[in-house]
Write a protein that binds this ligand. Structure first.
Ligand SMILES: Nc1ncnc2c1ncn2[C@@H]1O[C@H](COP(=O)(O)OP(=O)(O)OP(=O)(O)O)[C@@H](O)[C@H]1O
Length: 207
């Protein structure tokens, strides 16, 4: 099902961030939302995921129990290994053999199979973020929200990670909403691309 945000009005402490914007997110595609720092990108993701319910307008087509999030920082559990960090979000959602299979496939896609028994402290920043991307794709959901996941990652690795995301997304057909301030990332990754600008913010579809 496609996702639609209709007539979104969002205020923080009386300050209007959005004054009636509309966003259409097509199922099974990567939609990028770009814009300057502080413009309201994370706010849109929080509204989509249901973290933020204080707004006016409509959000249609999101099953909140089936949303995975990749944040700016990896947010792994330090006392669990790479595969345990992924297993943790899959427990009770699938059976044991299925879980092993899913973990092995996603770790292969992000080239971290050899590190499956490492703890986060034994990984580089980029590797940790690849684990959190793998975890989001392993999660049995329809929608993945990504909030500037490449902060502090060099250009070469970033390109590889964008290719991994595209590959996994094409294979699984999940819907991705990806937020960034970086136009090159937006251009490379997005099937569809919205830009947020102005105050209160307008949203413009450029692709
Ligand atoms: N909980 C909050 N209370 C008050 N103001 C907030 C709150 N969260 C965000 N804001 C304000 O709303 C605006 C939009 O914030 P948001 O985090 O959505 O922007 P962003 O585009 O994701 O920025 P960045 O790229 O820096 O993460 C900012 O001016 C911010 O200061």
């Amino acid at each position: 099902m496609d996702i639609e945000i209709k007539g979104l009005v969002k205020k923080y402490d009386g300050e209007t961030i959005f004054n009636g914007i509309n966003i259409y997110i097509k199922k099974g595609l990567i939609t990028v939302i770009s814009g300057a720092s502080g413009i309201g990108k994370t706010t849109v993701l929080n509204i989509l995921s249901g973290i933020d319910s204080e707004f006016e307008g409509l959000v249609c087509g999101v099953d909140k129990s089936r949303v995975a999030y990749v944040f700016q920082e990896p947010r792994l559990l330090d006392h669990l290994t790479v595969s345990e960090n992924i297993r943790f979000v899959l427990d009770k959602k699938m059976n044991g053999r299925e879980i092993d299979d899913v973990i092995s496939k996603v770790l292969e896609s992000v080239e971290l199979k050899k590190q499956k028994d490492f703890y986060p402290a034994q990984l580089s920043g980029g590797m940790k973020q690849r684990v959190s991307i793998a975890r989001a794709f392993a999660y049995p959901g329809d929608l993945i929200l990504m909030d500037e996941p490449f902060s502090g990652i060099d250009e070469k690795l970033k390109r590889q990670m964008m290719d991994d995301i595209k590959k996994l997304q094409r294979k699984q057909g999940k819907t991705i909403v990806f937020v960034t301030h970086n136009m090159a990332e937006a251009d490379y990754l997005g099937d569809e691309h919205y830009i947020i600008e102005g105050k209160p913010s307008e949203i413009i579809k450029i692709k």
